[in-house]
Structure formats: C-alpha cells, structure tokens
Design a protein around this ligand. Structure first.
Ligand code: ADP
Ligand code: 5GP
Length: 201
C-alpha cells in the first residue's frame, strides 16, 4: 500500500517571505509538494483568482463551513477569517502527496493540536527593520495595514519556539535549501518508520 504524504506547515509574520519561499518549494518536483488552497472572507485582490489564491467566502458561508467541521483549522487575522479545507488536504495526503499549508501562527498551532503528525516550520526575518522594509517594498498594503501586521508580528514571533524548525529568511536561496533538506529528511525518516512497522504486521 502507498504511504500517505506528509503535512508541512509554513508560518511566520506577514512580510517575512513565506509566499516567496513556498513558490520556490512548489517549483521543485523533488519535494512532491502541493499547496492547500485556503478559504477566506478577505476581499479578493485584483491580481488574485478564485480557487487559485483562495476560495473567497462570505462570513455566513465561512461560519457554515466551521459548523460543518469542514475546516482543519481556522483563524481570524486582521478582521478576516482564513481556514484550511480538511477534505482537500486529506485527499492529497491519501494520494501520497506532501501537502503545504502557508498559514499564520494561530492556525498553525491549531494544526499541531488537530493533526500532531504535521511538521511545523517557522520563518523569521533577519531583523525587525528588514521585515518592515519588505512589507513597505512589497507595496501591497496601506500604511495602516502594514502597522497592524507589524504589531501582530510580536505575538507571532513569540510562538516560534513551539515549532519543530525555525529558519531565517536572509538569503532566499539558502533558506529554501535548508527547508528542502528538512523535507527530504522528514520523508526519509517517516518512510523508515513505515518500513519498520511493516515488520510488525
Ligand atoms: P509573506 O508571504 O510572508 O507575507 P512575501 O513572500 O510576500 O511574504 O515576501 C514579502 C516581500 O519580501 C516580497 O516583496 C518578497 O519579494 C520579499 N522577499 C522575500 N524573501 C526575501 C529575501 N530573502 N530577501 C529579500 N527580500 C525578500
Ligand atoms: P493575506 O491576506 O496576506 O493573503 O494573508 C494573511 C495571513 O493569513 C497570512 O499570514 C497567511 O499565511 C494567512 N493565511 C492564509 N491562509 C490561511 C489559512 O487557511 N489559515 C490560517 N490560519 N491562516 C491563513
């Protein structure tokens, strides 16, 4: 029987480079990594596509999904709901795919409770100034939004020690390589455990 895939969670403050890192990880076929598309009540931005960046929901639709147990985790971030679709994740894992969640830390810690075998990875910026610069240079949010995201970063950074792995995103290529090393190692170790377990069956 085929081994199930592994669930990797990448988290960290907004602007730290999670999206950029995930794009690189997803490009490398050796990682056998597939992104879970989240649901959100946040307004769709001009450059975003339904079903590709997010599934866009009304607050009522989102609450219905929570009540029906359709979400593996969810959180409110800056006044909007965000959540991971349980069925999509489970289907990909059953197909032997490694699944990637790119989510904020409240949700990541919920995954740790609901799905303890998940591998939690936290990305930190090289400095507070650099985080601010990245948010400003990205030019996506208003000054007020950037301030809110920087304020949220303090609590988020305090959660870093609860993760299995912490990575500094200073040099992008080096950071991606370090994460890929962990993905490879986790796959190797889990495969070994599965092999061993077969000896008991
Ligand atoms: P997040 O998804 O964590 O909010 P992004 O991936 O959108 O962050 O990155 C925020 C900004 O920082 C983007 O403009 C991105 O190009 C830039 N960036 C990402 N990683 C690095 C890096 N290692 N060095 C310099 N800039 C980076
Ligand atoms: P944005 O509005 O910039 O797309 O996302 C804001 C924050 O929500 C980011 O930190 C992003 O990682 C996080 N996020 C995206 N999808 C989910 C999700 O399904 N669950 C949780 N908890 N956070 C998410």
């Amino acid at each position: 029987m085929m081994n199930k895939g592994l669930l990797f969670v990448i988290s960290g403050p907004s602007g730290t480079g999670k999206g950029t890192i995930c794009d690189e990880l997803l490009k490398n076929e050796n990682n056998n990594l597939f992104l879970s598309i989240s649901a959100t009540t946040r307004e769709k931005r001009k450059d975003e596509t339904e079903g590709v960046t997010y599934y866009y929901k009304t607050i009522d639709e989102f609450k219905r999904m929570i009540n029906n147990g359709e979400l593996l985790e969810h959180a409110v971030y800056n006044g909007n709901y965000y959540g991971t679709l349980r069925k999509n994740v489970e289907q990909m894992l059953d197909e032997g795919k490694n699944v990637l969640l790119e989510i904020e830390p409240q949700g990541a810690l919920n995954v740790k409770c609901n799905f303890p075998e998940a591998i939690l990875m936290f990305v930190i910026p090289p400095s507070a100034d650099e985080l601010k610069n990245r948010l400003i240079n990205r030019g996506r949010e208003s000054e007020e939004q950037i301030e809110k995201r920087l304020n949220a970063a303090k609590w988020e950074l305090e959660q870093a020690c609860k993760y299995s792995h912490i990575f500094v995103n200073d040099n992008l290529d080096e950071c991606v390589k370090e994460i890929e090393k962990i993905i490879k190692e986790e796959n190797k170790n889990r495969n070994k455990v599965n092999e061993l377990l077969k000896e008991w069956n």
